[in-house]
Design a protein around this ligand. Structure first.
Ligand code: PHE
Length: 349
């Protein structure tokens, strides 16, 4: 075959091979095969010396053209391969923002906390401050300074969790788990002079066996007002406003006489059942009324023990049980569910 034809054949074959490469390494192999030191084109060029002198320049020029053509084609194909590799990478890495995400389960406020928050909002809206104090308390604050002297049955170790040695030591410096939020009355009056308007939500502890309506730990909200000229009428007016704010304009309260060592006179306050409006239903267990709290005018001995002049000032206080209210509000039948934190239960609220 004449050298010119061989050159044409190499050019055609090589261009075809270049076009067919799909990766860089294949392209490199083609380059070596034709243009490398032992490549086909290189080998052919070495033979130009054997040609008749007049043909050499023509064939030489043609060989150079073939070399240039192949070199250019390789460069072009290299760019093409790089571009398509980039395209493939982009396609593979594309994020479809329309695919629905993984849903994360959201928690929410515990039903007890909801009730505390609601009641707290109503009182703060009426100008009450929120006070917080220790759950581990001295007998002096939980009992003595609340006019509950040593020997009072409420101080018995059978009812109260004593922490200090002796367990049954009801003395003033005995350390215990507070059995009521009422020690907050003393702690607040110790801190500031009247006028005082405060509520104190928190946990309290009593030696009660856990069942559907009892728990050794539960929540109370203490409330207290001390100012000039405060009477039972202020207590009644305030509590009526609170139940209306919580249960609507028709809500009514009822006051029954009662006894607490630290209030005189004392009362228990009921709210007309929000479900049946007094007719009697399953929520109020047929009574038409729901027990709300214990309250009364703060005993002068308690005020004086905190350095408050009872010729000038008087006050009232109440203690409200939170669990009972929450159970009625949400139709919870067993108190234990409230504390077990079983998600299947909590999800309902
Ligand atoms: N501390 C009382 C109780 O736990 C409730 C109460 C508080 C009564 C304040 C009167 C005044 O039963």
């Amino acid at each position: 075959m004449h050298m010119k034809e061989q050159l044409a054949k190499i050019r055609e074959e090589a261009l075809e091979a270049i076009r067919n490469t799909d990766v860089d390494s294949a392209l490199d192999a083609v380059r070596v095969k034709y243009l490398g030191k032992k490549g086909e084109l290189t080998a052919l060029l070495k033979q130009t010396g054997k040609l008749p002198a007049e043909e050499r320049p023509v064939v030489g020029q043609m060989a150079n053209e073939v070399r240039t053509a192949l070199t250019d084609a390789i460069a072009t194909q290299k760019k093409t391969l790089a571009a398509s590799a980039m395209e493939m990478r982009l396609a593979a890495e594309t994020v479809d923002v329309t695919i629905p995400g993984d849903r994360t389960e959201l928690g929410h406020i515990h039903p007890l906390t909801k009730v505390v928050d609601e009641i707290t909002d109503v009182f703060t809206g009426m100008g009450f401050e929120v006070a917080d104090g220790p759950e581990i308390e001295l007998a002096a604050y939980n009992f003595t300074r609340l006019n509950t002297e040593e020997g009072h049955p409420g101080r018995e170790w059978t009812d109260t969790f004593y922490i200090t040695e002796g367990h049954d030591d009801p003395k003033n410096d005995a350390v215990l788990l507070r059995s009521q939020t009422s020690p907050m009355q003393i702690r607040v009056m110790e801190q500031k002079q009247p006028p005082i308007r405060m509520i104190a939500p928190g946990r309290v502890f009593r030696k009660d066996e856990a069942d559907a309506t009892h728990s050794p730990m539960f929540h109370q909200i203490e409330g207290m007002v001390v100012d000039k000229g405060i009477t039972m009428a202020d207590l009644k007016g305030t509590l009526n406003e609170v139940v209306k704010a919580l249960y609507g304009p028709d809500a009514v309260t009822r006051f029954r006489p009662h006894h607490f060592p630290f209030t005189e006179p004392s009362c228990e306050v009921d709210m007309q059942c929000f479900e049946c409006k007094g007719k009697g239903c399953s929520v109020c267990k047929g009574e038409g009324w729901i027990e709300l709290l214990g309250a009364g005018m703060i005993h002068p001995k308690v005020l004086e023990g905190c350095g408050i002049d009872t010729d000038v000032y008087s006050g009232w206080a109440f203690g409200m049980g939170v669990e009972r209210l929450a159970m009625r509000r949400y139709g919870i039948k067993d108190l234990r569910l409230v504390f077990e934190n079983d998600v299947r239960f909590l999800k309902q609220f």
